[in-house]
Design a protein around this ligand. Structure first.
Ligand code: ATR
Length: 277
């Protein structure tokens, strides 16, 4: 009989039923024939801190963190990665052998890997990036663009003050423009990124006219329901290179799985099909 402990990891949120993470991690566990469990945990906000502190003691190896706890969890962590500190949020916890909690943010990594795995020569360093949206996802993506060498980022958000806040947090590489005027910047862009929830099934599409899109511009969306958003479909018709949002979900999960279960998983068509079911 194997007496070593079977690793257990979780995704923690409130609510958490929407999370695709259990499907993804359990797919990888089965794929590699590993013993292990990945479970959803819906934790009451009043019990959040106490519950998180108890997880290492219960024997969990780590956890993903989702809405509404990505910022709050930093207050509980014992050690925080530079990128999580920069973004001000964490999505991946690892419980250390000494009982400590290490918080990391792999969203920006997932964003970059998603693009680079499809377009190997793409780099944020080249040309201008135009970013729609200034929420939590935008923070992680701006940090990743800057880490990858971007020096010219145009940022537009419906609520201008949130974009101004990101400019003051991330510095002069970011230029904030009016939401209703961002269409004027599309023709100069090498990369265009939607970080808003617009285009998601049940929501309206981006209200931004796209007729100025240039051929070969790389256009990517964090929305993955549907896989091909109105933005991506329009961009593809205009000869742009497109990258859908599902790959970001997959790539942000890879470092956690590797840390907790010891094998580095990958993207695959079978996984993508499972996630969009
Ligand atoms: P997340 O953490 O997923 O980024 P968020 O912080 O709620 O979520 O941010 C959502 C983004 O989508 C924001 O940029 C938001 O714009 P506001 O800051 O003006 O709210 C954007 N967004 C959501 N609904 C929108 C709409 N109907 N029109 C324009 N922008 C919208």
């Amino acid at each position: 009989m194997n007496t070593s402990t079977i690793p257990v990891a979780a995704v923690i949120g409130h609510p958490v039923n929407h999370s695709r993470s259990p499907r993804m991690h359990n797919f990888w566990l089965a794929h590699f024939g590993l013993e292990g469990y990945y479970i959803p945990l819906d934790i009451d906000p009043k019990k959040f801190e106490r519950s998180i502190r108890n997880l290492p003691e219960l024997g969990l190896v780590g956890a993903n963190i989702t809405i509404p706890y990505k910022e709050k969890v930093l207050k509980i962590a014992d050690k925080i990665s530079d990128r999580a500190a920069l973004v001000g949020a964490a999505n991946t916890l690892t419980f250390l052998p000494n009982g400590g909690i290490y918080a990391d943010n792999t969203d920006g990594y997932g964003f970059l890997q998603n693009i680079k795995s499809k377009y190997k020569d793409w780099s944020a360093r080249e040309g201008i990036s135009v970013v729609f949206g200034a929420g939590g996802a935008s923070r992680a993506i701006l940090a990743a663009l800057i880490e990858d060498g971007a020096s010219d980022i145009i940022l537009a958000n419906r609520t201008r003050s949130r974009a101004d806040q990101l400019r003051s947090d991330f510095g002069a590489k970011i230029k904030v423009v009016e939401w209703m005027k961002v269409q004027n910047y599309l023709s100069e862009a090498s990369t265009i990124i939607n970080t808003t929830s617009l285009g998601m099934a049940g929501k309206t599409d981006l209200p931004i006219p796209l007729n100025a899109l240039k051929k070969n511009t790389l256009v990517t969306d964090i929305v993955y329901t549907p896989i091909e958003t109105h933005l991506l479909a329009t961009a593809a018709k205009m000869g742009c290179r497109t990258v859908d949002g599902l790959g970001m979900l997959i790539h942000q999960a890879i470092p956690g799985f590797e840390r907790w279960f010891g094998i580095r998983p990958g993207d695959s068509q079978a996984l993508r099909e499972l996630l969009i079911k």
